[in-house]
Design a protein around this ligand. Structure first.
Ligand code: 3HC
Length: 285
């Protein structure tokens, strides 16, 4: 049985806000940290809008939405995370930023056996653990986008993570959030991105070379293979910057050509064409 009641989420972007939503709906007390008041407000809007989808679809009562939203508090001060049982870091995939956050959490979280988790998809859990004095309590809890919809969580213990930490994180994800958990070793990309990212990069190369149009590539996989969405639309959903960050980490770790980012991806990231979240990627939104 999970002993997690008070959760902290660092970062209320695309993934962070989804994690906040599933935790609040599961009845947990959720404290969310953002870098400034405007980012916290944007996070609040994102969470509220997403929870509202359930009400509009007739799947969530207004009272349940209000109760879930009332469980969430926003702050710009990580110092308020002292009493958290579990903290999930979900900021952008920038190693220095993440290690800094883990070093701070190590200082402020007072519960001795608190779990310090990361939603990273590309940075070794070991690096985050080594930024703290308690790597045995640091673990990867990797969600999928959109978090309220996707049933999977990858659980990633590092070489130094205690099995008791991993087991408690697993109980949290499966019993409290109702996710299906798979375990992965602490290797770049874990299980899913190691398989998914080369496929997405191949689709970008195919489009870049003029082999087929974006619509035809996507329709090929949706209608020919029953994928819920095609690879270019999925790249837009995940974010081109995130795909590049995961590809870079896979390439750094394994030095295999199939993980290298095609030039079009690099140029689009430089141009700020990051997909759905910026209004333009391979498609317009
Ligand atoms: N929040 C909450 N609910 C959402 C949602 C969101 N952001 N987006 C969709 N939904 C719900 C809808 O309410 C709807 O629920 P219902 O069927 O019970 O009414 C259901 O999901 C289907 O939504 P839609 O009808 O609007 O749209 P689609 O049927 O086209 O589904 C999709 C949209 C769920 C995004 C689907 O296309 C899909 O699953 N695509 C694949 C996404 C995927 O592969 N994600 C993994 C990416 S990898 C990753 O995240 C790892 C990272 O490290 C890179």
């Amino acid at each position: 049985m999970s002993d997690v009641r008070r959760v902290g989420v660092v970062g209320a972007g695309l993934m962070g806000s989804g994690i906040v939503e599933v935790c609040a709906k599961a009845g947990l007390d959720v404290l969310v940290a953002e870098t400034n008041a405007a980012a916290a407000e944007a996070g609040r809007t994102r969470v509220t809008k997403s929870i509202d989808r359930g009400v509009k679809a007739g799947k969530l009562a207004e009272a349940d939405r209000d109760a879930a939203l009332a469980r969430v508090t926003y702050t710009t001060d990580l110092g308020e995370f002292a009493d958290r049982d579990l903290v999930i870091e979900a900021v952008a995939e920038i190693e220095e930023v993440k290690t800094q956050i883990f070093a701070t959490l190590d200082k402020v979280v007072t519960r001795e056996d608190a779990i310090l988790a990361s939603n990273t998809s590309s940075i070794p859990i070991m690096k985050l653990g080594m930024a703290t004095s308690r790597p045995q309590q640091v673990v990867g809890i990797h969600f999928f986008n959109p978090v309220p919809v996707q049933k999977l969580v990858e659980l990633v213990p590092s070489l130094l993570t205690d099995e008791s930490t991993a087991a408690r994180a697993e109980a949290f994800a499966s019993e409290v959030l109702g996710k299906t958990v798979i375990r992965s070793q602490d290797r770049a990309g874990f299980v899913v991105n190691s398989l998914l990212v080369p496929y997405l990069l191949s689709a970008i190369r195919m489009f870049e070379s003029g082999f087929a149009s974006a619509e035809d590539i996507d329709n090929g996989m949706v209608l020919g293979c029953a994928h819920p969405m095609g690879p270019l639309r999925l790249t837009d959903l995940i974010g081109l910057d995130t795909i590049k960050a995961v590809a870079d980490s896979l390439y750094d770790e394994f030095k295999e050509q199939l993980y290298s980012s095609p030039p079009l991806l690099l140029r689009m990231v430089d141009a700020g064409l990051l997909g759905k979240k910026t209004g333009r990627g391979f498609y317009q939104y």
